[in-house]
Design a protein around this ligand. Sequence first.
Ligand SMILES: NC(=O)c1ccc[n+]([C@@H]2O[C@H](COP(=O)([O-])OP(=O)(O)OC[C@H]3O[C@@H](n4cnc5c(N)ncnc54)[C@H](OP(=O)(O)O)[C@@H]3O)[C@@H](O)[C@H]2O)c1
Length: 242
Amino acid sequence: MSLVNFSVVTGATSGIGRGYAEELAKRGLDIVLISRSEDKLRRVAKEIESKYKRQTRVIQTDFTEGHSIYPAIAQQLEGLEIGILVNNVGMNYTGTLANFLDVPDPDQMSRLVLPGMLEREKGLIINISSESASQPQPMQSMYSASKIFVTYFSRCLNAEYRSKGITVQCVAPLVVSTNMTYNISVNPLVKSAASFARDALNTVGYTTYTCGCLTHALQTLHFNHMIELLYMVLGNHSTSYL
Ligand SMILES: NC(=O)c1ccc[n+]([C@@H]2O[C@H](COP(=O)([O-])OP(=O)(O)OC[C@H]3O[C@@H](n4cnc5c(N)ncnc54)[C@H](OP(=O)(O)O)[C@@H]3O)[C@@H](O)[C@H]2O)c1
């Protein structure tokens, strides 16, 4: 028998993924949490169960291990009816910057859950991209390039499957206070993960591409100009080929 009403959130034990997991549980959904650390998974699952009275499941995996992880994930999702997938897991570099050869290959979960959604003719996939995708960002080459992959992938998937009842939304935040951003203080420009997830979830049904919240939308207007400025500064120090 299928168990209905599950949302799968990757990278659900902290930051934006945890924000989504909690917000979805608050809105009445049961949650499958996926991340690397068994102890964090159990702790967050327990907290969600007691706070929101929803069911949880946990799947421990490391997405840097490549394609070999997916059969085990598929097995653990078997029998669950998955209405929502939040493809949130993503890593920036362990230091702040890295060369191309030092960064692992990304992978994704949509292939696992989409067939069930298509059978039921409904489903929501949320892919977390980044404002870093809006321009090429040297010294974050794999991060910004992998995020534009996420953006294009989401938009293509949405175009391919929207007529079949599936919504694919791409969320491209600016700065959210999480482990990835060294828990930078929340301020008028920087959102907390919980309030970001709440605002971003409220955009579902209105748009399939969003930076997630009003404060990030306002900053986006200026962000591209700042990147152009950076190129100009870098350009002044580089060799001229003309
Ligand atoms: N924070 C921002 O300002 C910002 C801005 C734009 C976009 N984003 C995007 O938002 C997403 C979430 O970022 P975040 O800032 O919330 O990060 P975070 O606070 O560092 O959380 C990352 C989550 O992913 C899990 N995780 C990390 N590596 C994993 C792996 N290899 N396999 C499985 N799980 C893994 C972590 O749990 P474990 O450590 O237990 O595995 C944790 O639950 C990313 O895609 C990021 O690119 C963030």
